[in-house]
Design a protein around this ligand. Sequence first.
Ligand SMILES: O=c1[nH]c(NC[C@H](O)[C@H](O)[C@H](O)CO)c([N+](=O)[O-])c(=O)[nH]1
Length: 205
Amino acid sequence: GDHHGLQASETPVDGSNLRILIVHTRWNLPIVKALVEGAQKTMIEVNNVKPENIVVESVPGAYELPFAAHKLIEVSKVRAADGANDLMGSVNLLDGLNLNSPKPASTPAAGASPAASKSKKAFDAVICIGVLIKGSTMHFEYICEAVTQGIMRVGLDTGIPVVFGVLTCLTEEQALNRAGMDGKGHNHGEDWGTGAVEMALLNTR
Ligand SMILES: O=c1[nH]c(NC[C@H](O)[C@H](O)[C@H](O)CO)c([N+](=O)[O-])c(=O)[nH]1
């Protein structure tokens, strides 16, 4: 269709050294799942991002996205600075770890030199994915505005680019269309994936 979204650059940007965080909601999960997979698939297949370098975390709803993104970015920076072994491995959506699950304590094998515990670098970009669908009250408008401002602030405050992957829809049909689930639309998750890679490289200059 006449999709006015992000025009991917002709030659796909190479993301083989990037670490990407995807934070997604559990509200409207089937639609969110399609968007997350669209982003993952595109980053891996088009931009050469390594699957193990894509960390997926989940939160209850869109309102929690800014806090979680900010927290996870800061944690990744501290871990990179400490050279600590990063406890967050990449998980597929259904096993997505949510923030309050205790992280398994992992200590480097006894006697292992610090260098042996491969330290992970901080995230190069973050994609916040959620689906807001208007209910019958003004609740929707307030959350959309708060979430939009909040997600923009995370990028500006942390210096790590954050892609706005929140659908703000008046109907479920609109959301399904934008997740490419109605056979007519386009999965916007794909654009968010390429956008995250492009912004990450801007960030790694
Ligand atoms: O992700 C969503 N959260 C929603 N609300 C929950 C909100 O994001 C918070 O999780 C909740 O307010 C607790 O903080 C939604 N609606 O209310 O419609 C919605 O459509 N999508």
